[in-house]
Ligand binder design. Structure first.
Ligand code: UDP
Length: 236
């Protein structure tokens, strides 16, 4: 299978279906892209470069799906949390190893405990919370344990920067930045009920539950839509 990416705001987004994406990716870096990351990339060339060099970029959330639709591309969104979960299950079924890095100490503990209970055969060789100042020890541990799969839940852009650095040290491993997924797997945060997901209103549910997200989403989302409209009209 070959990549067939489409462009939005000068960045590539892959167009695989969920199953194709799961089959396609074996090693390298997976980015689950959203409008906030696209906005950040427009102001930070180093971050844009990380996104450009990613081995897989999946459209997470309705913002990017909508932006792509405006540009004439019908690409279905892939929820990063579901994608990562599927990859973890596949990793366990194949007898491979996994490391998890990120979230608060009690959250990562609980997420590890739950994953061990829920996914038979899972082999977690290393985990660490996401509140560290220096990444040397963590990178050393990863080089020592050489996990096939590394999930990082540090939020963007931290997790993408970390994964980019780490993939150079472990070129055979697969790295996925998973945002708030460990909080969900630990049972600390609920995912929006399916009806919200279907109605493209997951963001609304999350904002009501956690009002401080409002500041993050607005004005990013409407500004993003405006920028994409400009891109459609002017080509840049
Ligand atoms: N996080 C972390 N270290 C940090 C900042 C954040 O481990 O320095 C964790 C945080 O505890 C949470 C995750 O990163 O588990 C992502 O949080 P956020 O809600 O920002 O993610 P998103 O909205 O991208 O899913």
């Amino acid at each position: 299978m070959e990549r067939n990416p489409v462009k939005i705001q000068n960045l590539n987004v892959d167009t695989f279906t969920f199953d194709e994406a799961v089959d396609y990716i074996e090693k390298g870096q997976v980015v689950t892209i959203n409008p906030e990351m696209i906005d950040y990339a427009s102001k930070h060339p180093d971050f844009a470069n990380i996104l450009k060099e990613a081995e897989l970029v999946i459209p997470d959330g309705v913002g990017v799906q909508l932006g792509l639709k405006i540009l004439g591309h019908n690409v279905k969104r892939i929820a990063g949390i579901e994608f990562a979960r599927k990859i973890v299950e596949k990793n366990a079924a194949d007898g491979k190893t996994i490391a998890l890095i990120g979230a608060k100490p009690h959250v990562i503990e609980k997420a590890v405990e739950n994953l061990k209970k829920e996914i038979s055969g899972i082999n977690i060789v290393y985990y660490h919370d996401g509140y560290f100042k220096d990444d040397t020890e963590i990178l050393n541990q990863l080089q020592l344990k050489k996990p096939h799969l590394v999930l990082t839940a540090l939020g963007a852009p931290k997790q993408e920067e970390f994964n980019y650095k780490a993939k150079k040290l472990l070129p055979e491993s697969l790295f996925i930045g998973v945002g708030g997924s460990f909080d969900v797997w630990a049972g600390e945060v609920e995912r929006a009920p399916e009806i919200y997901q279907k109605l493209w209103l997951e963001w609304l549910y999350r904002t009501v539950k956690e009002p401080k997200r409002f500041k993050r989403i607005f004005p990013t989302l409407p500004l993003f839509v405006l920028k994409v409209l400009k891109e459609k009209i002017t080509g840049v």
